[in-house]
Ligand binder design. Structure first.
Ligand code: ADP
Ligand code: ZN
Length: 579
């Protein structure tokens, strides 16, 4: 359908200023359509009765609220629950993820995002003792800044600030503090216990891509938001699904209609190509694009769907057999899922050089049917989306660096101890490649006296993998690794070999953190042993803050064994960005 839907904003007068709900179908503020085919209808009715306008198959309520918040005075300090908490404690309500674009503010304006407590106890005592200056994290803002506020984030808009807000359609807010203000003779209600319940501790800024410039501002499971600065004319490609356009600054026009700062409107799904002209900045809100992730392992394939914030919404897994059998299953899974890009974390060796003719092809693999199989090209042909390929271990490393315990770190090592041993590595924030990719499992280590096991690797009798992989443990001790939990001598030896491997990693790429995954590392008793032996082997030769805190330096994977698939999805996100 070809329709622009302009709405009458719902205006809310509040003690601190005004809110203009410019696009909303929420029961507490349901906008009326102003002009066009649906003139005079509520947006909620159009959403329910005219699905053709939106071009999406989606149950439930209209998914967004767009507001302009004009704060004369500071808003109370708030925190929102996530959907899980809200549905349990607030009658099945949705949680609230929101984002803010700063349209205007004072020259020395500020905003509150996050807090400074390291632990829950510290948060409770700061709140109970009213140490708000210590507790609240106040940061400067300027026009053009953008913030993603995920559930659990303590936040507040301060005085003289104008914000364009996009949010999930929900109204659940817990008020933590109201500056002790008295209104009409009494303080406003606070929800301190619930606030402390849902608060993220310690605070972590949501990862989003803004730097005050146009482009993609955020992509999460609820929305994709992009900013465009237009001077002249800009063409937009047609889309099956609707989008919301919000004017942040300036004025212009679309198909004979004038638009100006503060306004938002809906472009129907199937509207077709269109242009916007003028001198203006706009923000475009869309339902989020879905990404595919493929963890192509030597023993099993995992296919999953997720969003750019690492949320995985569906997955399947099946054994890796031959390409003839496995690849059609992969294609069948992704074919009708409308993914916008695919990331692959693959077993090796695989060509990970983006400039090579055989990028994404399996190389001289011991898995003979896969030798020289052009995995990326076959999938690209079948699915017609951009694809990025890296090794499975680099994928896991990326997962931990984007969503897990290594977030924001420059140098990181991820070591898997399973059927094989391998390491993913990042240096200066970039995954390490080169003439091929690292094959860390095959570095030589020293055999312990008394270990007369011949080794598992056909190439190197005393390489790391040869002596310490799951199959090596099984062959040496005559039982599967998982059945040897109660044999301390097994883990004493295993920890020695692993610590030798880690020592090499520490001394080469100087990682800020080493993350250990893979089946064998389910034996958690290995961790204290490995840490102790690593420190002993380094023998005081280097001193760093990270090594002094060894319990937080050598750690298990932090994503419930989803680091690989989340990393693969993130490779998809990068494929889309690089497209
Ligand atoms: P893969 O490396 O094939 O992707 P895994 O990481 O699960 O898969 O590694 C499999 C190896 O890990 C096998 O040798 C198995 O014996 C070992 N393993 C799996 N689970 C455990 C466990 N709980 N404890 C010890 N070893 C395990
Ligand atoms: Zn080897």
């Amino acid at each position: 359908m070809k329709e622009l839907i302009f709405l009458e904003p719902v205006v809310k007068k509040l003690i601190w200023g005004k809110e203009y709900w410019t696009v909303s179908a929420h029961e507490t503020g349901d906008c009326l359509v102003n002009g066009g085919t649906f003139d005079g209808m509520h947006l909620s009715e159009v959403w329910k009765e005219h699905k053709e306008v939106f071009g999406v198959e989606m149950d439930g309520d209209f998914p967004f609220i767009v507001k302009v918040i004009d704060a004369r005075d500071a808003l109370s300090i708030q925190v929102h629950p996530d959907s899980e908490y809200a549905s349990e404690h607030e009658n099945g309500a949705a949680g609230k993820t929101e984002c803010w674009y700063v349209m205007d503010c004072d020259r020395d304006g500020s905003i509150i995002i996050g807090h400074n407590a390291k632990t829950r106890e510290e948060a409770v005592s700061m709140v109970e003792e009213n140490r708000w200056d210590d507790f609240l994290r106040e940061i400067p803002v300027k026009k053009g800044d953008f913030f993603q506020i995920v559930p659990g984030t303590v936040h507040a808009i301060k005085q003289n600030t104008m914000i364009m807000e996009i949010q999930q359609s929900s109204d659940v807010t817990y008020r933590l503090y109201d500056y002790g203000r008295i209104r009409n003779g009494c303080p406003r209600e606070l929800h301190v216990d619930k606030s402390l319940d849902v608060m993220m501790i310690p605070h972590k800024d949501a990862n989003c891509y803004t730097n005050g410039l146009p482009g993609r501002l955020v992509s999460c499971r609820y929305y994709d938001v992009d900013r465009y600065d237009i001077s002249g004319v800009r063409d937009f490609e047609k889309s099956d699904a609707f989008m919301i356009i919000s004017v942040l600054d300036g004025e212009g026009g679309i198909d004979g209609r004038k638009i100006r700062a503060g306004e938002s409107f809906i472009v129907s799904g199937g509207y077709g190509d269109f242009s916007i002209f003028g001198r203006l900045s706009i923000m475009v809100t869309r339902l989020p694009e879905l990404y595919g992730g493929l963890e192509a392992g030597g023993t099993k394939m995992i296919c999953a769907l997720g969003y750019a914030d690492g949320t995985v919404i569906d997955r399947i897994s099946f054994p890796t057999t031959t390409p003839d059998e496995s690849v059609p299953k992969i294609i069948d899974y992704f074919r009708d899922k409308k993914i916008c890009a695919l990331g692959i974390g693959s077993f090796g060796p695989v060509d990970v050089d983006q400039n090579s003719d055989t990028y994404g092809t399996i190389l001289d693999s011991p898995k003979l049917p896969w030798q020289h199989y052009p995995l990326k090209n076959v999938l690209e042909e079948a699915l017609n989306v951009p694809i990025k390929v890296d090794t499975d271990v680099n994928g896991s490393c990326l997962g931990e660096m984007t969503f897990g315990c290594a977030e924001g770190m420059d140098n990181v090592g991820y070591v898997t101890i399973g059927t094989g041993i391998g390491a993913g590595m990042a240096v200066n924030g970039q995954l390490v490649h080169g003439m091929g990719h690292p094959e860390f499992g095959h570095i030589l280590i020293s055999k312990i006296e008394g270990d007369d096991y011949k080794g598992k690797c056909p190439f190197h009798p005393t390489c790391f993998e040869s002596l310490a992989s799951g199959p090596a443990i099984e062959e040496r001790w005559g039982k599967k690794a998982q059945e040897l939990s109660d044999r301390p001598e097994v883990w004493e030896m295993e920890a020695d070999y692993i610590s030798q491997g880690l020592m090499a990693l520490v001394l080469t790429i100087s990682p800020r953190k080493i993350i250990l995954g893979g089946g064998v590392m389910h034996q958690l008793q290995l961790f204290p042993l490995i840490r102790k032996k690593l420190i002993e082997k380094l023998a005081g030769y280097i001193h760093t803050r990270e090594l002094d805190d060894i319990d937080n330096y050598v750690v298990p994977e932090s994503l419930e064994d989803e680091q690989g698939i989340k990393g693969a999805i993130q490779l998809g996100v990068l494929a889309k960005i690089e497209e």
